[in-house]
Design a protein around this ligand. Structure first.
Ligand code: DGL
Length: 269
């Protein structure tokens, strides 16, 4: 398939969390057009079944392919964990996902080969991070823990609130007991908690931010496939959502780190 380098990169997530990936892409690839899809009407996915998440992911992929994207990025760890394969199978354009990106970086960074992974229940139950890390280094031992409360706490903006601090201490206790040297932030929302994690974990534990890792991989792939946008003008950013919930703008801008231009409401069927 002949892809047009001026076409946008398609990024999708269960809601606004994937804007952490868009933010990293905007910083790394400032001339790329980006089309984002957030399923804000049906978020959260992290507590839903594999069947439901796969059905939703399929609908979003169809929608973004119709927008003529040149690359698809699964920004949602939960979708990547349980529906990465179906998305790849239906896409004629290259597909990248945050789990592969985070796994690759974790395998490269760990010295002790003891790696912690935190994410939503669906991501952790799928064991997708462990499988992905083992593809890069089968000797790594992985200790994972589901942290369902972090998503609502981040959306509430409680990034350094005593409640979030206590929750983090509780969630991280079992993982830390395993003497890990690397912790994968396996959810779109967790990069916003990085300062808190750094305080709690200290400098000896590296944090792997899948959003940052993804931007680096996307940049390499586009260069390798000669798909980097040659235009040197301000790129077009388009945001599609399935609902405009309460405080959408405030929450979205927190993830994106800049003003969020008007989102277009769409209905999926
Ligand atoms: N985007 C999801 C993830 O990265 C978190 C929000 C949700 O549960 O849908 O796992």
């Amino acid at each position: 398939m002949n892809l047009d380098p001026t076409h946008p990169i398609g990024v999708f997530d269960s809601g606004v969390g994937g804007l952490t990936v868009v933010r990293a892409l905007m910083e790394r690839l400032p001339f790329e057009n980006i089309t984002y899809f957030g399923d804000t009407a049906r978020v959260p996915y992290g507590v839903k079944s594999v069947e439901t998440i796969t059905a939703y992911a399929t609908q979003i992929t169809e929608f973004l392919l119709k927008q003529k994207v040149k690359l698809l990025i699964v920004a949602c760890n939960t979708i990547a964990a349980v529906a990465g394969e179906p998305v790849r199978e239906m896409s004629p354009v290259p597909v990248l996902d945050v789990i592969d990106a985070g796994a690759r970086r974790a395998a490269a960074e760990t010295k002790s080969r003891q790696v912690g992974v935190i994410g939503t229940p669906a991501t952790i139950n799928s064991n997708a991070y462990a499988r992905a890390i083992h593809r890069y280094d089968p000797r790594v031992r992985i200790y994972s823990h589901a942290c369902p409360l972090f998503v609502p706490l981040v959306e509430e903006g409680w990034l350094d609130h005593p409640v979030t601090r206590l929750t983090a201490q509780e969630y991280l206790k079992p993982v830390l007991a395993e003497h890990i040297d690397t912790l994968v932030l396996g959810c779109t929302h967790y990069p916003l908690l990085k300062p808190l994690f750094e305080q709690l974990l200290g400098p000896q534990i590296r944090l792997v931010d899948s959003a940052e890792a993804m931007a680096a991989i996307a940049s390499d792939l586009l260069a390798q496939e000669k798909l980097l946008n040659p235009a040197r003008i301000r790129p077009a950013y388009r945001f599609f959502v399935t609902d405009v919930p309460y405080r959408f703008q405030t929450i979205g801008e927190r993830f994106l780190g800049r003003t969020l231009s008007q989102a277009v409401l769409v209905k999926l069927s």
